[in-house]
Design a protein around this ligand. Structure first.
Ligand code: SDX
Length: 391
C-alpha cells in the first residue's frame, strides 16, 4: 500500500519493478503522472512542462520552466553528418524504420555523454533526446517527401518548432497553425508516459545491461512500432478505410466476433474500463474538427458510430473492451494534415520523455541489477543424442 494507491498481494507478485513516475488504475480508468491526473495536465499544462514533471518529479517554477525550455531549445540541432545518414535510405522507407536507425546511431555522434554512471552525462543525454527527436522525426518526413530538411527555430515553442520543421518551405514564410499546435501538444502530453507498457519495459530491460541510452531509446522505438502497441493509430485509420461507411459496421463487428478482425483502438492490457486518454482524445478530435469546419468528417462520424455500437454490444462489454488512446488519435492527426506514416513517429516523439524518465529512474538506483525475466519450461525431457543414421 503506498498512500492513496493500494495494490493487492497478487498484483505485487507480478510487478516487474517499482517506479514513482506514472500510476494507472485499470479498473477505474485513471492515469496519473507523478500524482497529477491526466485530465488536469491535458487541460492546464503543456507537453514541455509535462516533460519537466516526468523527469524531475515536480511541476517547474516559472524560472525552472524558462531554464528547461532554453536548454532543450539549444539542443534541437543535430550533428551535420547525421543528415547524410538519410542518404542510405530508400526515399519510401517507413519513417519508423529511419527513426530506429538514426536514433540508434546517435551514440556514434555524442560519445561525450555516454558514462551512464555520471548524473551530468545522464542529464545532458535526456536533454539531447527530448530536443533532437522532433528534429529527427521531421527529417524522416522531409526525406520521404523529397523536401530539404528545415533547421529548428529557437523562437518557436517546442511543438510549434516541430510543426515548422515538418511543413515549412524555404520558398515562403510559414507560421505554424495555432489549432494544429494546441491539438498536437495535447496529443503529445497524452502519450508522454504510460507506466510499464511494452516499449517502456523494452527500454528498461535494454538499459539494465548498461547499454547506452540512445540504443535503449531505439529499442523502445522498435517495440512501439508494432500494431498491437504504438502502430494501432495507423491501424485504426486503415480499419476505418476498410469499413468504408456505416452500412458495413454490423458486418465488420460480426467479423470481429468471428475473430477475423480486431477492433483496432479498442482493448488494453491494463484498462478494463475507458482509457481516460481516449475520452480526452475524443473531445480534442471534436474541437479540432469543429475549428477546421470538419465536424461532419465521415471518418469521425464512422468512428463515433462504431464506438457507440461496440460499447453497447455484449461481446465487447463481457471482454471489458473499451476505446484506448489510439482510437481517436489517428483521426485528429489526419485532420491536422499529418500523414498516416507519421502517426507512430509522433507517438514515439511523445513517449521519448517517458522512456528516458524510466531509464534515468532505473539507472539512478544504486541497487539496480540487470533484468533477467525467467520462464516456465515446457519443452522436451532430458534425452541422449541420436546419431544421424539412427533418426
Ligand atoms: C497502446 O500497455 C500500454 O500501456 C500501451 C499503451 C501505451 O500508452 O503505451 O496504452 C498504448 O498500445 C494501446 C493499445 C493499442 N492497441 C490496439 O488498439 C490494438 C487492438 N487492441 C488489441 O490488440 C488488444 O486489445 C491489446 C493488444 C491492446 C490487448 O490484448 P490482450 O491483452 O490480448 O487483450 P485481452 O487479453 O484483454 O483480450 C481479452 C479478449 C480476447 O478474446 P477471447 O480470447 O477472450 O475470446 O478480448 C479480445 C481477445 O481476443 N480482444 C479483442 C481486442 N482486444 C482484445 N477483440 C477484438 N478487438 C480487439 N481490439
Amino acid at each position: 500500500k503506498t498512500g492513496m494507491f493500494t495494490f493487492d498481494p497478487g498484483f505485487l507478485a507480478t510487478a516487474s519493478c517499482e517506479s514513482k513516475i506514472t500510476f494507472i488504475d485499470g479498473d477505474l480508468g485513471q492515469l496519473y503522472y507523478r500524482g497529477y491526473p491526466i485530465e488536469q495536465l491535458a487541460e492546464n499544462s503543456d507537453y514541455l512542462e509535462t516533460c519537466y514533471l516526468l523527469i524531475f518529479g515536480e511541476l517547474p517554477t516559472q524560472a525552472q520552466r524558462a531554464e528547461f525550455q532554453k536548454t532543450v531549445t539549444r539542443h534541437t540541432m543535430v550533428h551535420d553528418q547525421l543528415s547524410r545518414f538519410f542518404n542510405g535510405f530508400r526515399r519510401d522507407a517507413h519513417p519508423m524504420a529511419m527513426m530506429v536507425g538514426v536514433v540508434g546511431a546517435l551514440s556514434a555522434f555524442y560519445q561525450d555523454s555516454l558514462d551512464i554512471g555520471n548524473p551530468e552525462h545522464r542529464r545532458v543525454t535526456m536533454y539531447r533526446l527530448i530536443a533532437k527527436i522532433p528534429t529527427i522525426a521531421a527529417m524522416c518526413y522531409r526525406y520521404n517527401q523529397g523536401l530539404p530538411f528545415n533547421f529548428p527555430r529557437n523562437d518557436l515553442s517546442y511543438t510549434a518548432n516541430f510543426i515548422h520543421m515538418m511543413f515549412a518551405t524555404p520558398c515562403e514564410p510559414y507560421e505554424p497553425n495555432a489549432v494544429l499546435v494546441r491539438a498536437l501538444d495535447r496529443i503529445l502530453t497524452l502519450h508522454a508516459d504510460h507506466e510499464q507498457n511494452a516499449s517502456t519495459s523494452t527500454v528498461r530491460l535494454a538499459g539494465s545491461s548498461g547499454a547506452n541510452p540512445f540504443a535503449c531509446i531505439a529499442a523502445g522505438i522498435a517495440c512501439l512500432w508494432g500494431p498491437a502497441h504504438g502502430g494501432a493509430n495507423e491501424a485504426v485509420l486503415k480499419m476505418l478505410d476498410e469499413i468504408g461507411d456505416e452500412s458495413n459496421i454490423e458486418e465488420f463487428i460480426d467479423g470481429v466476433k468471428d475473430k477475423r478482425y480486431k477492433l483496432m483502438g479498442f482493448g488494453h492490457r491494463v484498462y478494463k474500463n475507458m482509457d481516460p486518454r481516449a475520452a480526452i482524445m475524443r473531445a480534442t478530435c471534436y474541437e479540432v474538427l469543429t475549428e477546421l469546419g470538419l465536424e461532419n468528417d465521415p471518418k469521425f462520424k464512422l468512428a463515433m458510430k462504431l464506438e457507440k455500437l461496440a460499447l453497447e454490444d455484449n461481446y465487447f462489454i463481457e471482454r471489458k473492451l473499451y476505446p484506448n488512446v489510439d482510437f481517436y488519435s489517428g483521426i485528429v492527426l489526419s485532420a491536422l494534415g499529418i500523414p498516416v506514416s507519421m502517426f507512430t513517429v509522433i507517438f514515439a516523439l511523445a513517449r521519448t520523455v517517458g522512456w528516458i524518465s524510466h531509464w534515468n529512474e532505473m539507472i539512478s538506483d544504486p541497487q539496480q541489477k540487470i533484468g533477467r525475466p525467467r520462464q516456465l519450461y515446457n519443452g522436451a525431457e532430458r534425452r541422449d543424442y541420436v546419431p544421424e543414421d539412427k533418426r
